[in-house]
Write a new protein. Sequence first.
Length: 132
Amino acid sequence: PSISCLILVQGFDDVAEATAHRLRSQGSWRPSAWLVSRLLRIFVGPPRPLREIARLRKDLPVLFLEAQDEVYVPASAREGLWEGLKNAGIQADRVTLKGRGDLGAPPAPLLKEASETVGAWLAKTRQPIARK
């Protein structure tokens, strides 16, 4: 099947490092967060977003959506993914919502704005919107 568009919400370039950052943000001891990230990398072999980006079609519409003051994903990890998109020659739209928060976890203060942004982007790129 063909993919008509891609929407990246809170995207990051390194799953293991983003996991360690989240553990540290929740008060985990720094060495334990490092250890978990290394074990994840060794035993689970998480996806490598930058490698997958290289496989995307160059004409694929991509929306990169993030919160300005994201709680769980460090700015450096989001920037790494954005740079990966640009380096792969993909013309993506980047939207940074103003405010602090996690776009998906309750109470998700930015969820309504994120949903409206995605709907407007889908309409702009003429992508079909799934309805129940």
